[in-house]
Structures are given as structure tokens and as C-alpha cells.
Design a protein around this ligand. Structure first.
Ligand code: XIL
Length: 378
């Protein structure tokens, strides 16, 4: 071959390599989390409205590539679905379900009966007084029947009751409890089952590794089972911070819930690096602390040693989930990118936290590859 020809071939090859590199985004080069955990458990993400409506395109691409289960972060809560009695707003929830169907995803409806993010009218009459037990039961029935009925055969599982049991195992004194009594829980499950007999029904709560709540949830579930009320799974929210929850206690809960014959799901995982402003760490969304600069130390980026400890905690918990993959059907992250995580604003507004697997620029953090390696090894 002539010298000139050789040069042409090399130039051509060089151009091809450059073009190929330019065509593939870093996202596509990464093995998907959902594929690494195939056959173990579903990998889920909570979707916010910008993702559901396609405005957050980078977020949507991550969801499509890495996740095979989705939960609506807010738009299926009662204050959004039924802001006024009898006036339902389904636009965003419909888009959510269409997104899941278009992408062949498992879908979770979150959440039917919760003391928080429920509209005030739900519990009061025209004078602002508490409604009677019968009226509240009727409102519950109507809400659940309308919502679950609308998505019958399309939503795979519902968080029927959210956060009903306290740390000491007693019932939370919510309006549902104070007006109806503990019977509101079996009623909610019955109404949901009547509206869609084929969908799965879950109880979901935070701090589910705590012994007191564990015992309370176990006895509440047993009482449902004694009455033959359908319940299929337990959602352990998984809002964590550096060093908590205690992983051994968390494991005991996975075991205890599974021994009830139910599937266990990690439903709202995130690990914050910022200090929690109170010694009593919860995920009670009504908590709100005044902004303090010293509680927001990482506005210029996360120091390497902190990032390492954070990453190790994700890896340790995923090792635990893999160890119990026969009991766990799904692990869902509560969001996609740190840029839009609720933890930047809760329990203190305006902080910069780093709780999720993708950074503020929607790039996978190194932990993503660690988790993929881990999933593929097992
Ligand atoms: C949070 C959302 O992420 C926030 O956007 C919203 O402002 C408050 O609720 N437990 C739950 C979730 O079950 O629904 C909550 O989601 C977080 C705690």
C-alpha cells in the first residue's frame, strides 16, 4: 500500500472513532441498575411532576434507562387528587400511568390514606367541626373506590395506608384514628380490594427498623390477617442519614415482615449527609426547622471523606437487600437527582444535600457503578 493511502485510512479510522465517541452519551454506556438486579428485585424511582410531564428530560432519560418501577412522589396524594369534595383532578396521575405503560414499567400508587397531604375538607363539616365516623368512612370509601377504580388493572400495587403506627408501636392519633378508631385501617384495605381485586395492597411507613414500630406493625398486620383482610406487602420507606438506621435492626424488620407471609419493599430510599436538626430522627413531613447556616455545610461540594462514608452506607444496605432478595420485591429511590430531592428542603428549607444516586448535573455518582457491580456479582 502506498504511503498516501495509509494516511487516508488512518485519518478515516480516527474520524470514525471520534464520531462514535460523540454519539454515545455516558448514560447509555452504563449498564442499567435494573439489569444488574434482574431476578433479585425491581429497581424503582419516585417521579416528580416535571418528570411525569416530560419537562425534566435528563431525569426522564435516567428513569427509562435505570429503573423498571415508578412511584408518584406527590400527584396521587389525596390533596392533589381530590382537592375539593367530589372534584377529582386526575391529569397528572393519568400522565404518570401513561408514562409507566409506555415504558413497560411496574407502577405503585402512593398513597390512599395518609394523615399528611390530605385536604382539610376530608375531616370537617361546613362549620369546620370534625365529621362523624360514618361520614369519614363514606369519604374514605368514595376516595379509594374512585381512585383505585380509575386505574384498575393498570397500577400494580397501592400504598393503601401510610404512617399509621408510631415509634412505640401505638396507633398515630391522626384524624382517621381519632374519628374512626383503628378500624379505619382494615376498612381502607377492604375498599381498595373491592375496587381492584387484582392489585397488591401495602402498608407503608418510615423508621421501620425501630423495634417498637416493628412490633406495632406486626401486630396490626396480624389483626388484619385474622379478619381475612387482604394485605400483600410492607413498605419500609428508607429515609436514612449517615450512620442510621441501625442495619441489624433493619434486618430484623425485613425478617419479621417477611415472616408474616408478605413481600417486603424498600419504598423511599435516600441517604442524607446533612445533620438532622433534632436528635429524634423521623420522616414526619410536618416537621420544619428554621434555616441555620451551620446546618448547611456542603454548599461548595461534598468532601471526599464524607462521600466515601455515604457510598459505603449505600453499598452496605444493598448488600443487605441482596442477602434477603428472596423476601424483597422492590427497592425504590425517593427521586432521581440531588437537584430535585425533597431532602434539600426537609426538614429545613434551602439546604444542599446529596441523598440520591445521580448528582445535580444528572450524572451517575461512582456509587452507581458500585451497586451495578454488586448486583451483577450475586
Ligand atoms: C414527600 C415528597 O417527597 C415531598 O415533595 C413533599 O413535599 C412531602 O412529601 N413519606 C412519604 C412521602 O410517604 O410521600 C413523602 O414525600 C416523604 C415521607
Amino acid at each position: 500500500m502506498k504511503k498516501g493511502n495509509n494516511k487516508t485510512v488512518w485519518t478515516f479510522l480516527f474520524i470514525c472513532v471520534v464520531m462514535l465517541a460523540g454519539c454515545s452519551t455516558p448514560e447509555k454506556e452504563t449498564v442499567a441498575l435494573k439489569d444488574a438486579y434482574q431476578g433479585k428485585f425491581l429497581m424503582g424511582a419516585a417521579l416528580n411532576v416535571d418528570q411525569i410531564e416530560g419537562r425534566d428530560r435528563a431525569g426522564v432519560e435516567i428513569v427509562k434507562h435505570h429503573f423498571n418501577s415508578i412511584t408518584a412522589e406527590n400527584c396521587m396524594k389525596s390533596m392533589y387528587l381530590q382537592p375539593k369534595e367530589g372534584e377529582f383532578f386526575f391529569e397528572e396521575a393519568d400522565r404518570f400511568v401513561e408514562f409507566g405503560e409506555a415504558n413497560g414499567m411496574h407502577m405503585v400508587g402512593h398513597t390512599l390514606i395518609w394523615h399528611s397531604q390530605a385536604p382539610d375538607w376530608f375531616f370537617t363539616d361546613e362549620e369546620g367541626n370534625d365529621v362523624s365516623r360514618d361520614v369519614l368512612i363514606e369519604r374514605m370509601r368514595n376516595h379509594i373506590t374512585t381512585v383505585v377504580g380509575r386505574y384498575k388493572g393498570r397500577i400494580h400495587g397501592w400504598d393503601v395506608v401510610n404512617e399509621a403506627i408510631l415509634e412505640d408501636g401505638t396507633y398515630r392519633n391522626s384524624k382517621f384514628y381519632s374519628i374512626i378508631g383503628e378500624e379505619y385501617i382494615p376498612l381502607a384495605f377492604e375498599f381498595a380490594h373491592e375496587a381492584d381485586p387484582d392489585t397488591e395492597l401495602y402498608y407503608n411507613d418510615y423508621g421501620m427498623g425501630l423495634e417498637g414500630r416493628r412490633n406495632g406493625v406486626v401486630s396490626m398486620v396480624k389483626s388484619l390477617q385474622e379478619k381475612n383482610i387482604p394485605i400483600h406487602g410492607i413498605g419500609m420507606q428508607g429515609h436514612m442519614g449517615l450512620g442510621y438506621p441501625d442495619i441489624n435492626e433493619y434486618e430484623k424488620s425485613i425478617q419479621a415482615y417477611s415472616e408474616l407471609g408478605l413481600t417486603v419493599m424498600i419504598t423511599e430510599m435516600d441517604i442524607i449527609v446533612l445533620p438532622f436538626p433534632s436528635s429524634d430522627v423521623t420522616a414526619e413531613v410536618s416537621l420544619s426547622y428554621e434555616y441555620q447556616q451551620e446546618m448547611n455545610p456542603y454548599t461548595d461540594g461534598l468532601p471526599e471523606p464524607v462521600a466515601t462514608v455515604w457510598e459505603e452506607q449505600y453499598v452496605d444496605f444493598f448488600k443487605l437487600f441482596l442477602k434477603h432478595h428472596d423476601k424483597i420485591s422492590r427497592v425504590t429511590l425517593w427521586g432521581v437527582s440531588d437537584a430535585t430531592s425533597w431532602r434539600n428542603d426537609w426538614p429545613m428549607q434551602g439546604r444542599m444535600d446529596y441523598p440520591l444516586l445521580f448528582d445535580r448535573d444528572y450524572q451517575p455518582k461512582p456509587v452507581v457503578n458500585e451497586l451495578i457491580k454488586l448486583g451483577k456479582e450475586q
